[in-house]
Design a protein around this ligand. Structure first.
Ligand code: MN
Ligand code: MN
Length: 316
């Protein structure tokens, strides 16, 4: 390449099983200076309610990303032709203190956004969406959101705590971080305590698409509706890997049966092309429950697909 832009290290220059441990074996840098987009890890799992382990997500996603090549054969996206991208490492959270960690993450994302860089986050549990959305609101105002998940994550409290991986979008609504008429939640399912999980977000203006409404179908038509509704204005993409069925993504903390398929996940992300995406996350990959690495491999691919639909990407 002669673009002067960072390129992932190719498999013909260094074997796939060697080389740097960065996302896609991209160059590493300390901060987001000069970048259009960055991969950034948040090794945080002290907000989990069941199995922990997502603190190991960023490292394992990076390891599995070594197989990713730069060109998207299906969509013709060539993200490294037009965007300057690097891996800026992990946010140094305080694993002994959830509240302090939230502040550390907010500060880190304020710094990323100061450079007009679009962050793609390797989680970490879903708690981290709250500080990311706080930083995004300061930069862009309230954002629309495409949220893929088995769970609505709109609990008011968990074990009496207001910040946990099941509460980020309740807090986000209360704090005015979301443009509530421009939010889709896709893939929700499983057992609950009351109907509130689906009714509360709908009463706020969210569109909730439960998993069973997605079964046996292509989600291309759904994404046409998403693009029509989210239209103009900033959009955040928050992807909890447990939105995918545990048959494909077992390595996660709160698995629920009857989830989305991998092709549907690709349709959702590819269907975000044309939206004014301002960042995205891939959360809840828990490597201790991922013995063959396929959950992290899927996470790495989904993050690459997010990169491929950012504004400014070239197609060839
Ligand atoms: Mn979640
Ligand atoms: Mn979930």
């Amino acid at each position: 390449m002669t673009t002067g832009l960072n390129q992932p290290l190719g498999g013909n220059s260094m074997p796939r099983f060697g080389g740097p441990g960065t996302m896609m074996r991209l160059p590493a840098q300390e901060d987001a200076r000069g970048l259009n987009a960055c991969f950034v890890g948040v090794p945080f799992d002290i907000g989990t309610s069941n199995r922990s382990g997502a603190r190991f997500g960023p490292r394992q996603i990076r390891a599995e990303s070594a197989l990713l090549r730069p060109y998207n054969m299906a969509t013709r996206a060539a993200p490294f032709d037009s965007l300057q991208v690097a891996d800026i490492g992990d946010v140094a959270i305080n694993t002994y203190n959830l509240e302090k960690s939230i502040g550390i993450i907010e500060t880190a994302y304020d710094a990323i956004l100061e450079h007009d860089c679009q962050p793609l986050t390797l989680g970490g549990d879903h708690t981290i969406a709250l500080p990311v959305l706080r930083a995004l609101r300061r930069k862009h105002g309230p954002v629309g959101m495409v949220h893929v998940d088995a769970h609505a994550d709109i609990n008011d409290e968990m074990f009496g705590e207001r910040i946990a991986h099941g509460t980020p979008f309740r807090r986000a609504v209360e704090e005015g971080l979301l443009d509530c008429g421009r939010v889709y939640q896709i893939g929700l399912r499983g057992t609950g305590y009351t109907a509130e999980d689906f009714d509360w977000p709908r009463a706020r203006g969210f569109v909730v698409v439960p998993a069973d409404e997605c079964w046996y179908k292509s989600l291309v038509p759904l994404m046409e509706q998403v693009r029509a509704r989210l239209g103009k204005g900033p959009v955040y993409l928050s992807f909890d890997i447990d939105g995918i069925d545990p048959a494909f993504a077992p390595g996660t903390g709160t698995p629920e049966v009857g989830g989305l398929t991998v092709p549907q996940a690709l349709e959702i992300i590819r269907g975000c092309r044309g939206l004014e995406l301002v960042g995205g996350d891939l959360v809840e990959v828990a490597p201790p429950y991922d013995p063959f690495g396929n959950t992290a491999l899927l996470g790495a691919n989904l993050l690459y697909e997010m990169l491929c639909v950012l504004p400014g990407v070239t197609y060839r």
